[in-house]
Write a protein that binds this ligand. Sequence first.
Ligand code: CDP
Ligand code: CDP
Length: 227
Amino acid sequence: SGTIPVITIDGPTASGKGTVAQRVASALGWTVLDSGALYRLTALAVLQQGIDPADEAAVADIATRLDVQFRPGEVWLSGESVAEVIRQEHVGNLASRLAPNPKLRAALLGRQRAFRQAPGLVADGRDMGTIVFPDAELKIFLIADVRARAERRAKQLIEKGISANLEDLLADMRARDARDTERSVAPLVAAKDAHVVDSSTLTIDQTVQSILDLWSRFLSTPPKAGV
Ligand code: CDP
Ligand code: CDP
């Protein structure tokens, strides 16, 4: 068909989605969508404008009017460089508390779909394969056990010069997993047609290669008869 191909990568926090999505996109020469960044940008705007996080309509309105620019490794919100700020823990936590708002999710839908540009898109998040791009050519559900994920996050923080306590990170990660999995709106769940990739014992390169292999296999599979 003439549609622009999409590879979706969904999974829990610190499973490696962002890192792996960037690498897969650059290997293919495709665009990347970090959908979590849109939720984080909304959270930052809510904080900056003093909006009540419980006011679903006001939060959705903020998301509709976000003035965002993405460049590799950079993000601007209303002309302000915010790539570092939106990575902060309090912004991520507010993003995860805002995320169940159905009006917010609806407001971000068109913005996310607009990233589907030639020659292709790699989109990472929680609901890329289930809701935003249900017709994606290849869907990955990237998992890793919670201890491996907490250790990765700790290493990331220590490299940035931020002290990290593994037990605190584990508790925080379990809470985030529960919120993302148990919410009724767009819960974190593998799409029926997703390939589950467990990166617990894989390096980043091995994870990227396994996804590129699945893509090659997709390309060499003849289309279904009658389609
Ligand atoms: O870095 P981490 O994986 O924790 O978070 P993120 O991917 O940057 O997303 C921040 C928060 O936004 C997550 O905790 C999710 O609750 C929410 N989110 C979502 O609901 N749907 C998405 N497609 C992406 C993120
Ligand atoms: O986007 P998400 O929250 O799923 O994870 P990330 O920020 O891309 O990855 C979390 C950390 O795990 C990064 O520092 C990666 O370098 C690391 N990682 C790893 O050590 N091994 C993998 N197979 C994948 C990621």
